[in-house]
Ligand binder design. Structure first.
Ligand SMILES: CCCCCCCC/C=C\CCCCCCCC(=O)SCCNC(=O)CCNC(=O)[C@H](O)C(C)(C)COP(=O)(O)OP(=O)(O)OC[C@H]1O[C@@H](n2cnc3c(N)ncnc32)[C@H](O)[C@@H]1OP(=O)(O)O
Length: 162
């Protein structure tokens, strides 16, 4: 099975969290399981991802939820439209991200994120995510993702100045 992120065209593959062209990034890989209607990402934090010794920094956890959600949105939208990501590269940006830190997340074990699309409507997808350290649910997230089209982010969309 191919990770959802590997379907992103190169011009949309520089993201710190999920871009395969970002050598310094997290380069997460998310897989879509059509039979369950769920996505899954696995990631093992490194020692420098520390909050306090022994526990994972919350900002990293938010980043994982963020990029796991954009990928889940692409797969959910493709499934809803009955197209494959191969033929229709879809890319979403995050409009809203809510993260609840339910318990401290231990640093060491592989983390597992499970995503479920809650709503797929037009260009908008809402994704719920649960993050587990071993079998313990430590983080719950909800994100609103909006689909971007070809040309989005070119100079006419850029903030003025600079
Ligand atoms: C990367 C930043 C983007 C810059 C451009 C780069 C070009 C692309 C290149 C490479 C792509 C790779 C990107 C990786 C992504 C990884 C994850 C991130 O870190 S993303 C970074 C943080 N996010 C932003 O910086 C978004 C900034 N916000 C926006 O650009 C706009 O607000 C945007 C596109 C999100 C929506 O703007 P509208 O004008 O296109 O669409 P409207 O009509 O406002 O919303 C569509 C639907 O979404 C809902 N919506 C919009 N914002 C919402 C919000 N904050 N909360 C809840 N719903 C919201 C609306 O209510 C509407 O829903 P209804 O159709 O009415 O049901």
């Amino acid at each position: 099975m191919k990770a959802i992120q590997l379907y992103y065209p190169p011009e949309w593959a520089h993201c710190y969290g999920c871009g395969y062209l970002n050598a310094q990034g997290l380069r997460i890989e998310t897989y879509w399981h059509p039979e369950r209607g769920e996505s899954e990402t696995r990631f093992t934090p490194k020692p420098h991802h520390t909050a306090i010794p022994g526990f994972v920094y919350g900002g990293l956890l938010a980043s994982l939820v963020d990029c796991h959600s954009t990928a889940t949105a692409a797969a959910a939208k493709a499934a809803a439209e009955g197209v494959s990501l191969e033929e229709a590269p879809l890319r979403f940006v995050t409009a809203s991200l809510k993260v609840d830190f339910l318990k401290p997340t231990p640093l060491g074990p592989e983390l597992r994120l499970v995503g479920r699309p809650k709503e797929v409507k037009g260009r908008k997808v809402v994704v719920e995510t649960e993050l587990y350290a071993e079998e313990t649910l430590t983080v719950r997230g909800e994100a609103v993702l909006v689909q971007i089209g070809e040309g989005f982010g070119r100079s006419e969309d850029a903030p003025a100045g600079g």
